[in-house]
Each structure stands twice: as C-alpha cells, then as structure tokens.
Design a protein around this ligand. Structure first.
Ligand SMILES: Nc1nc2c(c(=O)[nH]1)N[C@H]1C(S)=C(S)[C@@H](COP(=O)(O)OP(=O)(O)OC[C@H]3O[C@@H](n4cnc5c(=O)[nH]c(N)nc54)[C@H](O)[C@@H]3O)O[C@H]1N2
Ligand SMILES: Nc1nc2c(c(=O)[nH]1)N[C@H]1C(S)=C(S)[C@@H](COP(=O)(O)OP(=O)(O)OC[C@H]3O[C@@H](n4cnc5c(=O)[nH]c(N)nc54)[C@H](O)[C@@H]3O)O[C@H]1N2
Ligand code: SF4
Ligand SMILES: [Mo]
Length: 718
C-alpha cells in the first residue's frame, strides 16, 4: 500500500510541477508587479499571472497584465535573425546579419556621411537600453539622428513641464496622495482603460468626498466616474482652459501670496484672459458657461487639488500650450508642492518616464542634459571617454526623421522596439518613405508591419527575459529581473546594440557584462543632471519597492514631492505663459467635404499597434477588429446602422472599420482606436501637423467623411 502510494505521489510530482517567476507587466506606465506561475502538466506548460504587492500597484493587475505572457510564448515569436534576399526573409546566423549591417553602415557613412544614418528608439526599452541607444547613435554611428516613439507620446507634456516648472517628472507628487485630494481635473486622460490599476486611487478619493472633473469629448469609462464631465469639442482645450483661468482671476480666487513669492508671468496672463469673451469660449468649445464656472470655482476653492493630463490634450498642434495653460491654472491657485496638490502627466509606455530622460531624444544627453550645452557636452564626453568635439549636435524629431528618409537625406535606419508604419501619422507616406531606405534594420519580437519592410530583422528578448530598470508613472525607478532565459538565438536589446557597435570597431565603448554594468554607467552620466539617478543602485532596488528620482547620493531616500520650496528655473519661480485661444498651427477643421471630427485613442484590451496584444488569444477575443464609435443621431444622418462596415476618409487616405453606435460620443465626432493595421489603421487618416514646440503630431483631431459600405459596394473592401 505504502509503496503504491509513494509511486502515485512520485508520478504526481513528475506530471505536475509549479515554478513561480517574479516580473513586471510590460505594458503601461503603472508597471504592475506580478508573478508568472508556470505549471507543467505532462510536458505541457500552462501559465497564469497574479499581482504582487507594491507601493504603486498594490497587488493589482488588469487583464493585459494577466495575459501579457501569451505573446511571449506565441509561435510567431522571432527566434533567430532574418535577412531579406530577393524580397524574401531567410534565416541567417548572427555573424552574417551583423556583418551585413556593418558593411552597409560603413558604405553609407563613406558615401553619404555619418548623418545619413538614423536611430529610432522606444519608451518600452529599459533605462539601460534607452541610455545605451543614445550613446550608440552618438559614439558608434556618430550621427545626430536619433529620436524615439515617446515623441508621439508624452513629448508635449514634457516640454510644458520643463517650460513651466523648469524640469519634467510626470508626477510632481505620488499616487498615494490621490485618495486625500479634494478636487481633481482629468484632462484628456482615460485612466479607466489605459491605467486600470490606478483607478482604485480615484475611487477611494471619491469615497472620501473628492470632486472629479473630466475633460473629454467622449463619455469614457473614466468620465463615468466624474462629478462633472466637460464634453469638449476636440482640439479646443487651450481655449477652454483660458475660460477657467479667466473666472479664477476675475472672481479673485487666485493665491496671491503664492503668486508673489513663487510665480513669474502672472500679470501678462491676467491681462490676456480678462480680455477674452466667455460666451465665445463656451460656443467654440461646446462647454456651457456654468460648467466652466463650476470647474474654476471648485478647483480654486478646495483645500487640495491636482491636475492630470494625457494624450487627449497633448497630442495636438497646441499640446504644449494647452498643458501650460492647465499648469497656469494649477499655479495661479498655488496647488503644487504640498500634500494633495500637484500635476501629473500620466505617462503611457512602461518606461515612458525613464526613456525620456537619458539621451534617446534628438537634443538630449543622459540625465536630461542638453546636447547643445557646452558644460553638458564636456561632462558626458568625459563619461563616454571621447572628445567633446566628437559629440554630434542635436538632430530632428521622429516624424522629421521620416521626412528626411523620404528626401533620402537619411538612407540607413535602425529601429528598436517600435512600429512606426502603424503608429505614425500620415501612415501611407511613412510606409512609402521607409521603403526608400538602403539599409533598414528592425529589432523586434515579431515581424511587425514595420519589420516587414526591413532588410534585417534581429530577434530581441521580451520582458520575461530582459533584466533592467523601468521608471514608472510616478517617477519611481524599479528593477525588473529576468524571469527566464532567452529562447533559442534571441538576444537582449542591449547586447544587440553592443554587437553592432563591435562590428563597427567600437567595442571599447560598448563592453558590458550585464544590464547592471550599463546602469552603473548611466548613474554616473546622470549625476548632477536634472534626472539624477546616481544614488540608485541595483542593490537598493532589489531591497525595496523602487526609488523616486532625483536621488543624488547612495544614502538619499529619493524625492517623493517636487517643488516644495522652489521650482527648477534659475530664479526658483514657476513661469506662467499667455496661451492664445487659437493655436499657431491651424488644426484641421470639419468642412463640407469632410464634415466630422475624428479622434483616436485606445481600448483596454489592446496595447498600441497591437503587435503584442493581437497575439494574445485572451485579449484578442475582447476586440477582434477595430471600430468607429459614432453617435446614433449622426449615424442616422449617414444611414449607418450598428455593426456595419463603414468607409472613413480624410484628405490623406481611407480605412474600413465597423460602426458602434454610442450615446457617449459628441454628435460632431467619431472615434477610432489605434491598435490595428492595414485597412484598419486609423493613421492612414491622421494628419502629420506637428506642435511647433514639442514636434508632437496631431493624433487627436482631423476631419473626415464617412459612408456605409453597402453590399453592392463590396469591391470597396479590396
Ligand atoms: N489599454 C491600453 N492602455 C494603454 C495603452 C494602450 O495602447 N492600451 N497605451 C499606453 C500609452 S503608450 C499611452 S500614451 C497611454 C494613453 O493614455 P490616454 O491618453 O489616457 O489614452 P487615449 O485613449 O489616447 O486618449 C485619452 C482620451 O483623450 C480623449 N480626447 C480625444 N481628443 C481630445 C481632445 O481634443 N480634448 C480632450 N480633452 N480629450 C480628448 C479621448 O476621447 C480619450 O478618452 O495609455 C497607456 N496605456
Ligand atoms: N492615431 C494614433 N496614433 C498613435 C497614438 C494615438 O493615440 N493615436 N499614440 C501614440 C503613442 S502615445 C505611442 S506611445 C506610439 C507607440 O507606437 P509604437 O512604438 O509603434 O507601438 P508598439 O506597438 O508599442 O510597438 C512596439 C514594437 O516593439 C516590439 N517590442 C516589444 N517589446 C520589445 C522589446 O523589449 N524589444 C524590442 N526590440 N522590441 C519589442 C513590439 O513587438 C512592437 O512591434 O503610437 C502613437 N500613435
Ligand atoms: S497594462 Fe498597465 S495597469 Fe494593466 S497590468 Fe500592465 S502595467 Fe498594470
Ligand atoms: Mo504613448
């Protein structure tokens, strides 16, 4: 009996064993901490994920996090390098792929010079990789042309915060203050779908009696929790915020002692906004005067208040201006630098914060240093062991690089961790431009729409395999360990950067044994800079929940709240700016030919261009295809029924998606998410007008026309 039992239990352990890996979700800026549980039953491995406790994420996980592993184990995952020969990708060895890249890079450099090469990075890379990519462009390729997908993401908020406060960390305080904040303005942010595990902070605030104001043309899941929803006409937030500011100033609700001590530029703003006509603002923004008034009075009068922004107000040709105007509101009432008061630009990608700090941007060196500042150049040249004169000057933004490719000023491009064929505005133009490249290298997990155009595709490791630091939405640096080894021939992004540097004869600048080695160099490169990581070490990160920068010394505990006593401008004051009602770059407006506004964004179950989430059966099942949200009245006007195929056209192109009738929309606006490609890629419609200050494209407003695809027009599908 005993014998047979033990045999039985032995078999049990053979057929079923459990392994647990600690990791972080790869998707949004919450960076939820989680465990992946691997169960082996017979020879099959089954995975489930669960949240684990963390100061930011409190053990929560949304459905994307629960299913994030599914794309990692997908059969289409790239496991070896591919080289295009006669139009077809063939498997090659790393040596062959790297040799090819080395030869092509050298040939372009000889024929066209160093600046004929470009690098395009990502805010889904770790800090170490983002930092290394910046160094790689400047030291290995010696090109000024590097930028990244964050340009399309948070660049407007980053520029605004830098101009107003003198520095940019998305959150000026921490999430833990939200439950105790009395009033909050959420402008163009759909937290419920985009950072779902942040929602409980707001729910708690509501239970504590907070008043929540949402500014969004759509009645989103986030707007549904609002006490007041300003259903603004797309693209008119700058004007709307002038209206709010006018009331605050005219009703003498400003914090005058704060303004006197800590703010510059107030008088000019006062002069401008008092000259504006509230009725006109109300008419043009579509927001009733009473709602504008209520927002102003509530926000000014409550003891504590915070303003949140995301891409709804930022992805506009006046994105920087609008955020600066929201910051005008915040500082005019002195609600910053103290408990329950502050600004939060809700970052998007997993490392949306860290990847914008350490040199991936066209004009930037690590630690938020400037590539045009002589002292900064000397400092970094010294860390990198090169001469200051060898450092290139500033390059151009992401979309502007694509324009340079179209003109063939740039003929070689290396893309790490981004899919610009789908994510860029004016997508038809972008695709055609990329086809002109002489050398096109894409480093990805899959053959994305962009990778299809490449000459070489290199297989990168996923979040489960790649160790490194990520800086979350609060500005908290966290360490994500490697849960699993790389499959087959997959390499880490940082190794790939070093491998390419080596074939270019630059290995002496790129010899690291681990991500930690790179981090230690990053620490030194950021020391004394605005985003100072010097005091943060892997050892410290392993012991706790992460550290909020700036952290200038190893004994420093990090910085929870910014601007308590001074702002980061030389005069220690925050700056207020006059924001014109009308943007400098005219926004596309509806016309007789294109009578509707189109705005774009996200749904909960998919992530960005969908390359990863569309590989996850559990996530795909929730939204198998794209759609157009439309108000029933508008649908009726165009004879569009619910769930029928609709052709949407702008001046730049057309797409075909299915209609979803919804009272949550403004009747003058339709909404299409961004997660699909090909015929459903909404960026075929979107204009490539850029904000003059941040170079952010205008993803959130363009003019379109729509028509149902009737059965006798099926040929339009082709
Ligand atoms: N599920 C999911 N979560 C994500 C992502 C994802 O792809 N999927 N991506 C991550 C990334 S990279 C980012 S950047 C964030 C994005 O996070 P968000 O910026 O919150 O997401 P969006 O849906 O792009 O836009 C937010 C809201 O702006 C509104 N909006 C559109 N036009 C206007 C306007 O003119 N004025 C105002 N006030 N609002 C407007 C839209 O209706 C939308 O509800 O999410 C992150 N989290
Ligand atoms: N119309 C419209 N367009 C938009 C937006 C919008 O709101 N509306 N939002 C914009 C915003 S906010 C953003 S952030 C951009 C994002 O745009 P993209 O950067 O193009 O989006 P992703 O889908 O994240 O692309 C990431 C790619 O990298 C791969 N990948 C994932 N992890 C790794 C890794 O660790 N290493 C490597 N090498 N590859 C990896 C994925 O498979 C995928 O192909 O899109 C922008 N485009
Ligand atoms: S997508 Fe964002 S909120 Fe959801 S689990 Fe991942 S990190 Fe957390
Ligand atoms: Mo983003």
């Amino acid at each position: 009996m005993t014998k047979s039992l033990s045999k039985y239990s032995q078999q049990q352990t053979q057929v079923q064993s459990e392994k647990i890996y600690d990791t972080q979700c790869p998707f949004c800026s919450m960076q939820c901490q989680m465990q992946l549980i691997e169960q082996t039953i017979d020879t099959n491995k089954q995975y489930t994920a669960r949240g684990i406790d963390h100061v930011t994420t409190k053990g929560r996980l949304c459905l994307k996090g629960m299913n994030a592993h599914q794309h990692v184990f997908h059969s289409e995952r790239l496991t070896h390098p591919l080289l295009k020969r006669n139009g077809t990708f063939v498997r090659v060895s790393w040596e062959e792929a790297l040799q090819y890249i080395g030869e092509q890079v050298t040939s372009i450099q000889h024929q066209r010079g160093h600046h004929a090469l470009g690098v395009y990075g990502s805010a889904s890379l770790t800090n170490e990789e983002a930092y290394l990519l910046g160094k790689f462009a400047r030291v290995a390729l010696k090109t000024k042309h590097i930028d990244y997908n964050g340009r399309y993401c948070m660049s407007a908020a980053a520029t605004a915060a830098t101009q107003t406060f003198g520095m940019d960390r998305g959150f000026t305080n921490t999430l833990s203050e939200i439950p105790h904040t009395r009033v909050m303005i959420l402008a163009g942010t759909n937290i419920a779908e985009c950072q779902p595990t942040m929602m409980p902070y707001f729910k708690e605030a509501k239970e504590n009696g907070a008043f929540i104001i949402v500014i969004d043309p759509r009645q989103t899941l986030t707007a549904q929790m609002a006490d007041l929803h300003l259903q603004v006409k797309p693209g008119t937030d700058a004007m709307l915020t002038n209206g709010i500011l006018k009331i605050i100033i005219e009703e003498q609700l400003t914090n005058d002692s704060f303004i006197e001590r800590r703010v510059s530029g107030f008088e000019a703003v006062k002069h401008y906004v008092t000259s504006l006509d509230l009725k006109e603002i109300s008419k043009k923004t579509g927001v009733p005067i009473e709602q504008i008034r209520k927002t102003a009075i509530k926000f000014a009068k409550e003891e504590t208040g915070m303003i949140f922004t995301a891409r709804g107000v930022e992805q506009q040709t006046d994105g920087v201006a609008t955020v600066k105007n929201l910051l005008n509101i915040l500082i005019s009432v002195g609600k910053v630098g103290k408990y329950g008061c502050g600004y939060a630009a809700i970052t998007g990608q997993g490392n949306g914060q860290g990847a914008r700090e350490h040199g991936q941007k066209a004009d930037q060196l690590p630690g938020y240093r400037s590539i045009e500042n002589e002292a900064d150049r000397s400092f970094i040249a010294n860390v990198w062991n090169i001469k200051k004169e060898e450092l290139p000057r500033k390059g151009v933004s992401a979309y502007e690089m694509i324009k340079k490719i179209d003109k063939q000023d740039i003929t070689g491009m290396l893309i790490f961790c981004s899919n610009p064929v789908v994510s860029s505005p004016n997508a038809n133009f972008v695709k055609n431009a990329l086809k002109k490249l002489k050398l096109f290298v894409v480093v990805d997990l899959f053959v994305s729409e962009t990778a299809k155009l490449a000459d070489v595709i290199l297989p990168a490791s996923s979040f489960l395999e790649d160790e490194g630091t990520m800086t979350n939405v609060e500005g908290r640096v966290t360490l994500r360990g490697a849960a699993k080894p790389c499959p087959e021939e997959v390499r880490h992004d940082w190794q790939i950067i070093c491998d390419i540097a080596a074939v270019l004869g630059k290995s002496q600048f790129f010899s690291y044994q681990s991500a930690e080695d790179i981090f230690n160099e990053l620490r030194r490169a950021s020391q004394g800079g605005t985003a100072d990581y010097f005091g943060i070490t892997y050892e410290r990160l392993r012991q706790g929940d992460g550290i909020l920068w700036p952290c200038p010394k190893p004994g420093h505990s990090g910085t929870e709240r910014l601007f308590e006593t001074e702002f980061a401008h030389p005069d220690k004051k925050a700056k207020m700016f006059v924001i014109p009602n009308e943007p400098i770059v005219q926004k596309e407006q509806p016309t007789e030919q294109y009578p509707l506004f189109l705005t774009t964004g996200r749904v909960m179950s998919h992530y960005l261009t969908g390359v990863q989430t569309r590989k996850s059966p559990a996530l795909l099942a929730r939204h198998v295809e794209s759609f157009m949200e439309i108000h029933p009245k508008t649908a009726d006007k165009y004879k569009i029924e619910d769930r029928v195929l609709v052709k949407i056209e702008s001046k730049r192109g057309s797409i075909i998606v299915r209609s979803v009738l919804s009272e949550a929309m403004r009747p003058d606006t339709v909404f299409v998410p961004m997660h699909w490609s090909g015929m459903q890629n909404v960026n075929h419609l979107v204009a490539a007008d850029l904000d003059p200050l941040s170079k952010m494209p205008s993803f959130k407003v363009c003019a379109v026309r729509i028509k149902p695809i009737l059965d006798n027009h099926v040929n339009e599908l082709s």
